[in-house]
Design a protein around this ligand. Sequence first.
Ligand code: IPE
Ligand code: IPE
Ligand code: MG
Length: 260
Amino acid sequence: MSSNEESRFSFFSKKKTPVIDESNLKIPTHIAVIMDGNGRWAKKRMLPRSAGHRAGADNLKTLCKNCGHYGIKYVTVYAFSTENWSRPESEVHTLMELFVEYFDRYDPELEQEGIRVRFTGDIAGLPENIQAVCKRAEEGSKHRNRMTLIVAFNYGGRREIVQSCQKLAMQVKEGKIDASEITEEMFAQNLYLPDVPDPDLIIRPSGEERTSNFLVWEGAYSELWFSDVLWPDFGMKELTEALVAYTKRDRRFGGLSKEK
Ligand code: IPE
Ligand code: IPE
Ligand code: MG
């Protein structure tokens, strides 16, 4: 990198630990993270996959702290997909147990940090005890306003779209709307969390470069950032790298660059 370029992006440095001028960073309103790589993290340590999931769940606390540091308002995390039911029953059971344990254990810390918790996904399709946890966590955190943590649980982008279609179809059937009048805005209003802005940046650790049915509608214009680091090891360094990359992106939304 030439010294000219270096001064333009002052958050770059040849030193091992990058010197970040945070005032140069563009901070997204909403980031979404695919928490992938727990199994490989455990395998590398010759531990059972459940230990990887535990480490992954613990790292969510770190992510919240780091996002709070940057003033990010919405953080959506992909915790369990509609496709993850195809895993062995014992692993699904572990993930469900961890889910319950997590919110009971960390709620006081989430309260202290002012983090509101919401869920996205086919919540009605979850076991009743999990639905009760979701309800409790949402109700108990409504007043918090520093940051919103959205947990995608039993989430599938395609299912979300199908369910939006079903709601609209019902309105057509009841004569409330005409099918030909359906707009993108009406469609979006029938998704799981219509009041939440679309994610600006979707991050996937673990080396996979796909979105695996995550935020299919909402992520249509999201910037994507991939990292080889496995989710349980994803820390401040990686989040900052993602924000540096995001800062350099030119989001055109089909239009032309502002400089042009
Ligand atoms: C992500 O880690 C957790 C869930 C999908 C629930 P994985 O369990 O997919 O970890 P890898 O991809 O096998 O390493
Ligand atoms: C995506 O990870 C889902 C979550 C992290 C919850 P997967 O491990 O399920 O995705 P694939 O199978 O590699 O696409
Ligand atoms: Mg995986």
